[in-house]
Design a protein around this ligand. Structure first.
Ligand code: CU
Length: 502
């Protein structure tokens, strides 16, 4: 009896609340009966009209909307290409790709379409490959039907029954290795009514990479299976290369535009806490599905998952796309830039343009000087001038945060590197300070400093040599140069006044 009364009272309260809501604001969102119907409603009958060849695009571009109101037969042709490409400045990696890029070509179809997939494995490939599309209904997602030896083509078809943004990836054993080498991309299955139109659409995909060498260690870097199993990536990247979307290659937009990002996470291991510094997502179709959330700061993208996000751009400037597991952004490469142009809106934001504090050495349009120095070093033609230029590019953000862009230091806090009598007395003090840090009292140009410089031993021997050489040849310092071998020797020998860090 008491129970029944409680149920009745609850129902009455709910009904009352609903009426009150509806009466107060006609535009308030109503609980939609918006069940999309899933795959049950995805079969829209046989394909109509002539076959359509899918437009596929290399990242960061997205194919145009299908614009169709009826299902079609869509032919997708994708080539598997194994090739060496840069993964960072002066660092290369042998990627395995869908369509020659990491991530692979973006595919766009409409719910109800019949997709006829042609997967070609190039003759110069060393490995067999296949494809598992998360948008496929059927065992293996296409993998079992698409095993393709080098020089062969395989063909299979599927009906895209569910709308959404889906990851595709290679699923040939060892699967983790194929994914780690860059074998993933996105396929968008538009809902029947299409996606709401926006001004710009971009394609960004995160991945973690495992090389035997350290972060930014130069040259061709082999895959490191042990690091991959331990889930200790050397690089975490957007679009397969550190700097793929910075400098000249930054994503572009104008103020007063709405930007849509289709963001995937290939993994193989890490989950992404995807965030745009200085923006709030107006909408996020979380997990790439049908519902959207609004007003989101950071969205979680699982390995093998995706999300769609829209934001309207009001204020011009640089917006950084990061994995907010923030060491990945600043020490493993997970950083891209969207550059928005347009008139200032001081009424919305009075602040200044994001500067070197955030961008670090990526504030430079490119680290081309670093690459040139690496090349010269490999042919034995490295000059002091090459080293100075490379060192200059690296000094920005690495050292300039504290010692200031012109090495002038900051009174009472950071000693000057410019015309430093401390450096002049022993030039080796520069690489020593970089590799081991510095604690205790130092006197520079007659002024005492008693502070703590943390060691920057994440830098490679090349980088230490080049930064040191730049400092020695700048701002009235005595000149000279530091070689990679000297840097390595100094790394191995720890002085008494080394810093333990903070
Ligand atoms: Cu593969």
């Amino acid at each position: 009896m008491a129970d029944r009364f409680r149920t009745w009272a609850l129902a009455a309260a709910c009904a009352f609340a609903l009426v009150a809501c509806g009466g107060a604001d006609k535009t308030a969102p109503v609980a939609k009966d918006a069940d999309s119907g899933g795959s049950l409603k995805g079969d829209m009958g046989p394909p109509q009209g002539p076959d359509i060849k899918a437009v596929v695009t290399a990242p960061p571009m997205v194919p145009p909307a299908t614009g169709r109101k009826t299902p079609a037969r869509v032919i997708v042709e994708l080539d598997v290409v194994e090739k060496e490409m840069p993964i960072s400045e002066g660092v290369t990696y042998t990627f395995w790709t869908f369509g020659g890029t990491v991530p692979g070509s973006f595919i766009r179809v409409r719910q109800g379409d019949t997709v006829v997939f042609h997967l070609r494995n190039m003759p110069d490939s060393k490995m067999p490959h296949n494809i598992d599309l998360h948008g496929v209904t059927g065992p293996g997602g296409g993998a079992a039907s698409s095993f393709t030896a080098p020089g062969h083509v395989s063909r299979f078809s599927f009906k895209a029954l569910n709308a959404g943004l889906y990851v595709y990836h290679c699923a040939t054993a060892p699967v983790g290795m194929h994914v780690a080498n860059g074998m993933y991309g996105l396929i968008l299955v538009e809902p029947p009514e299409g996606m709401p139109p926006v001004d710009r659409e971009y394609y960004v995909m995160q991945g973690d990479f495992y090389t035997t060498g350290k972060y930014r260690e130069k040259g061709l870097q082999p895959f490191d299976m042990e690091k991959a199993i331990e889930e200790h990536p050397t690089y975490v990247l957007f679009n397969g290369m550190e700097g793929a979307l910075t400098g000249d290659k930054a994503l572009k937009a104008n103020t007063n535009e709405t930007v849509r990002l289709y963001v995937g996470n290939g993994g193989p291991n890490l989950v992404s806490s995807f965030h745009v510094i200085g923006e709030i997502f107006d909408k996020v179709w979380f997990e790439g599905g049908t519902r959207y959330n609004e007003n989101v700061q950071t969205t979680l993208i699982p390995a093998g998952g995706a999300a769609i996000m829209d934001f309207h751009v009001e204020v011009p400037g640089s917006y950084m796309l990061v994995d907010h597991s923030i060491f990945r952004a600043f020490n493993k490469g997970a950083l891209a830039v969207l550059k928005a142009e347009g008139a200032e809106r001081k009424d919305i934001y009075s602040g200044k343009e994001v500067d070197a504090v955030y961008l670090g050495d990526r504030a430079q349009p490119s680290l081309a000087a670093v690459e040139k120095a690496t090349e010269a070093a490999s042919t034995g033609a490295l000059t002091v001038e090459d080293q100075v230029k490379a060192g200059q590019a690296l000094f920005a953000g690495t050292c300039s945060t504290c010692h200031q862009p012109e090495g002038q230091g900051m009174e009472g806090v950071f000693p000057p590197l410019a015309k430093s009598d401390y450096i002049a007395a022993d030039p080796k003090r520069v690489p020593n300070a970089i590799l081991h840090g510095l604690v205790g009292k130092v006197t520079v140009n007659g002024k005492d400093y008693n502070s703590n410089m943390p060691p920057m031993n994440q830098l490679t021997d090349d980088e230490v040599a080049n930064i040191s050489t730049y400092v020695l040849n700048s701002w009235g310092n005595p000149g000279g140069h530091v070689t990679k071998e000297e840097a390595a020797a100094i790394r191995a020998a720890k002085p008494a006044n080394a810093s333990e860090g903070h």
